[in-house]
Design a protein around this ligand. Structure first.
Ligand SMILES: Nc1ncnc2c1ncn2[C@@H]1O[C@H](COP(=O)(O)OP(=O)(O)O)[C@@H](O)[C@H]1O
Ligand SMILES: O=P(O)(O)O[C@H]1O[C@H](CO)[C@@H](O[C@H]2O[C@H](CO)[C@@H](O)[C@H](O)[C@H]2O)[C@H](O)[C@H]1O
Length: 474
């Protein structure tokens, strides 16, 4: 059983924003329960590394817990540093992650919230109180929305908005959690609560706002957000949540692709249209935000970074090792290319699940967070837009592979149509730079192997099939 942070180190790390000794004491008394609960959450990014301690970085009462004996829930907002073993050794490293938790506190938990239980505080002033994930509680989700629509600051938390948000919208959780937790309010808005949080402008807020300012209608524009002052004292805020219009009645590209496969239908017109949508977003991003030129030296750095990621992934997932030399050849081929190429802000994790088809027949792009496992500095760096194209091409392969029998021809037609649609709108065909495209597809497949090994081991054969093909030069 991992040990909790000592009371002394916990107290030292809690900053001046801490509203009450009681809240701090709750965290201390809950540490063993949280250490058990956290790794079981889908959004917990540090799976597979032992937890060694928890340090509350900031504790904010969004709704003060009712004194012992009273009724009614309290709402605590926590920023928690989770100390973990490094993959290479037993010492905690500077790579410890900070997570955002919203905890409900009640005397007893109603039956309908039982799946949200974190545990019962065993000591401190709230001993015997039940603590649970507040985002499953419609009442507390309503309290959070209320702060978002009408308050500017609570302790270290800062709330911002781009327009008026109506009161009284009923919340519901979105269902399956992914890298974050999303709530839908009144079928009108969706609030994404980021789980692993870092200082600095968050691309899922920054890019859609920049696109909206540019007049690009392919992306739902943020209407409100909340952030925290850096509890470690840095100048940059941590983005915590983003509220956007909810595209009611939309279906994501992944479901549509699987339905087409199940019905024996082609997905060519949809793929072509998706290519156009991607190009439009890229053109708007290039117009809205700085671009750079990747010269030979920078291209070499890019190829080197891809090789480094491959080496790290092969260490974590030994099944990759036999293919490493073949995969590295793709990065070497990129390094050997002579030409300079433009780089710009990109989506960074584009796949069929990130594109929503709305009832009026348009594709809308969501989730500009980038690949959640990569450092923010890397995710916000200008990159060749082909990177997103490669992500979508991999996604057609994923869809075809999850159909029995495997439909390689279906994926190939989608891939061609997507690139054609992209070329029509962007004025340049991504296939014109085969080394770049192959290197990015390889890099993405390596990422997917690591992602699936950590989150969905049953899916591992899907990217491994691509690894086999790409390593053989296909
Ligand atoms: N604006 C929106 N309208 C409708 N559904 C949305 C919207 N934004 C996100 N979703 C739904 O929420 C899911 C999760 O959102 P996403 O931003 O991808 O979160 P995560 O980072 O947790 O993967 C998406 O797969 C999509 O089904
Ligand atoms: O949606 P997220 O931003 O959380 O992205 C992560 O999870 C995705 C899976 O949900 C994962 O995508 C991979 O699986 C998809 C099918 O479920 C497939 O369409 C994608 O092409 C494939 O990469 C994504 O890589 C990961 O970052």
């Amino acid at each position: 059983m991992p040990k909790a942070a000592s009371a002394r180190s916990t107290a030292r790390a809690v900053r001046a924003h801490t509203p009450s000794a009681a809240a701090t004491a709750v965290v201390e008394s809950l540490a063993p329960l949280l250490l058990d609960w956290l790794p079981r959450q889908r959004w917990f990014a540090g799976k597979g590394r032992g937890l060694t301690g928890l340090v509350p970085m900031a504790v904010t009462e969004l709704l003060p817990p009712v004194p012992s004996g009273g009724e009614g829930p309290g709402l605590l907002h926590l920023l928690l540093r989770v100390e973990q073993h490094d993959e290479r050794g037993p010492e905690p490293t500077a790579a410890d992650d900070c997570y955002q938790l919203l905890l409900g506190v009640r005397t007893s938990l109603p039956q309908h919230l039982s799946s949200a239980l974190v545990g019962r505080a065993t000591g401190g002033p709230l001993a015997g109180r039940t603590v649970y994930d507040a985002l499953h509680d419609p009442y507390l989700a309503g309290v959070l929305m209320d702060r978002l629509r009408s308050v500017d600051a609570v302790g270290p938390l800062r709330f911002g908005r781009a327009g008026r948000i109506p009161a009284g919208l009923s919340p519901r959780p979105l269902g399956a959690e992914q890298s974050n937790t999303s709530l839908v309010y009144g079928d009108a808005y969706i609030l994404k609560i980021l789980r692993r949080v870092v200082p600095g402008p968050h691309p899922d807020l920054e890019l859609p706002r920049a696109l909206a300012a540019e007049g690009c209608e392919r992306v739902p524009a943020p209407v409100a957000w909340f952030e925290a002052e850096d509890p470690a004292g840095g100048a940059e805020r941590l983005t915590l949540g983003i509220l956007q219009p909810y595209l009611r009645g939309s279906t994501d590209g992944w479901q549509l692709a699987l339905a087409a496969l199940a019905d024996g239908r082609d997905f060519v017109p949809e793929a072509r249209d998706l290519g156009r949508a991607t190009a439009e977003v890229h053109l708007a991003l290039a117009a809205a935000l700085p671009t750079v030129t990747l010269d030979r030296a920078r291209t070499a750095e890019l190829a080197k970074a891809m090789s480094r990621r491959l080496a790290a992934a092969a260490q974590a997932v030994p099944a990759l090792q036999p293919y490493a030399p073949g995969l590295r050849a793709a990065f070497e081929a990129l390094r050997a290319t002579e030409r300079a190429r433009p780089a710009q802000r990109v989506h960074g994790d584009l796949h069929l699940g990130q594109i929503l088809h709305t009832p009026d027949g348009r594709w809308s792009v969501i989730d500009f967070e980038g690949e959640p496992a990569r450092p923010l500095a890397e995710r916000t760096r200008p990159q060749p837009p082909v990177r997103d194209v490669a992500g979508m091409l991999r996604s057609f392969d994923y869809a075809a592979r999850s159909h029995e029998p495997w439909r390689a021809d279906w994926a190939a037609r989608c891939r061609d149509a997507y690139c054609e649609g992209y070329a029509e709108a962007a004025g340049g065909d991504p296939r014109a730079e085969p080394e770049l495209l192959r290197a990015y597809e390889t890099d993405k497949a390596v990422y997917e192997v690591l992602y699936e090994a950590r989150h969905r081991p049953d899916w591992l054969p899907v990217p491994m099939a691509a690894i086999e093909r790409l390593a053989a030069g296909g």
